[in-house]
Design a protein. Structure first.
Length: 83
């Protein structure tokens, strides 16, 4: 956030794509998205069920890829790759 005007610095946001195994239905998709949103700093999470990919927009000052992976795995799925 800008110390002068209070505006958010969106340039700090990053995107990561996680390859997730174990998703078979729309409920799985929603469970993975919900798990990702529990990580502080995740701004957007969108899962492509057909491709098995979760695209995440996040603030790297608040969230790490390891935290996202842990959240997905806690929900019962396996992260098998990071792009």
């Amino acid at each position: 956030m800008c110390e002068h005007c209070g505006a958010h610095n969106h340039a700090a946001e990053q995107t990561v794509v996680l390859k997730v195994d174990g998703m078979t239905c729309n409920h799985c998709k929603m469970s993975v998205e919900k798990a990702l949103y529990t990580v502080n700093g995740v701004k957007m999470a969108a899962v492509n069920l057909a491709e098995g990919l979760a695209t995440v927009l996040y603030d790297p000052n608040l969230a790490t890829v390891e935290q996202m992976k842990a959240a997905v795995e806690k929900a019962g799925y396996e992260v098998v790759g990071v792009q």
